[in-house]
Design a protein around this ligand. Structure first.
Ligand SMILES: [Zn+2]
Length: 255
């Protein structure tokens, strides 16, 4: 295993590497760049960088995320140190991680390149993982500090560390900060409404608030308020439909 003290200038990405990425890291088969080269991704100028295949300098942490290699096709395949088999998998779409001094969990098709300590959990991806991942972070966040990420197609993003459970950073190409107390209070009041009704409520509320509601929509909203009087208190706190806050709310309600 590589044992550089600092591998990345982004504190959050370095935390990903320290507590999880390192088990999936191999010395890059790329041209090393002279120390002092600045990483365009994280600004580091004193760590070893390599010339990536895309032509830009890359640190070991980022290489661990983007390096294409073998990935399991089913959860029945062993998740043992892989022996650097080639393939098309990376920490991309479908992968999630949450890790820090008190937690180390990855959902990925990748297999580690080094033996993994017992406290590290590696799960094979399943449908609905991202929703469950967000829900669990909101309802039962781990002991901070930690970094959480929902990976996507784009691998270059800034990583934020969560230091306090009152505001949780979910990193990734679609990064968002979630205040669990606000989401859980909405959940408390909207519980039992069903995803369809909540979606309708968010739309009607936004149209009303922006002055776009037709008479029929205004009537529909009043109807909803009459049927579910408990939602009146949630109205000022409802997220706009289609936003990441709305999808977090839907994730937490989908249970
Ligand atoms: Zn870096």
């Amino acid at each position: 295993m590589l044992n550089e003290e600092h591998v990345c200038g982004d504190t959050g990405r370095a935390m990903f590497f320290d507590y999880l990425g390192r088990y999936f890291a191999l010395p890059p088969k790329l041209v090393p760049l002279p120390i002092g080269t600045v990483c365009p991704e994280c600004g580091a100028d004193s760590v070893q960088l390599w010339q990536s295949r895309a032509g830009t300098p890359q640190c070991l942490a980022q290489n661990t995320i983007t390096r294409k290699r073998f990935g399991r096709k089913s959860p029945d395949e062993p998740c043992a140190p892989g022996g650097d088999i080639s393939g098309m998998c990376s920490f991309g779409l479908g992968s999630t991680v949450v890790c820090g001094p008190f937690v180390a969990e990855a959902t990925t098709r990748l297999v580690p390149d080094h033996p993994v300590p017992e406290h590290v959990s590696i799960r094979f991806p399943e449908r609905g993982d991202a929703t469950r991942f967000v829900r669990r972070l909101v309802q039962t966040p781990p002991e901070p500090p930690f970094v959480a990420a929902v990976f996507g197609k784009k691998s270059s993003f800034k990583w934020s560390v969560t230091h306090d459970r009152s505001l949780i950073a979910i990193n990734g190409p679609e990064a968002l900060d979630v205040a669990p107390a606000a989401v859980l209070s909405l959940k408390f009041h909207l519980k039992g409404l069903g995803a369809g009704v909540v979606a309708k409520l968010l739309t009607l509320r936004a149209r009303m608030a922006l002055g776009d509601a037709s008479e029929a929509e205004q009537k529909a909203l009043n109807e909803l308020l009459k049927t579910y009087p408990e939602i009146a208190t949630t109205m000022p706190k409802l997220p706009a439909p289609g936003t990441s806050s709305a999808s977090v709310l839907q994730s937490v309600l989908a249970q």
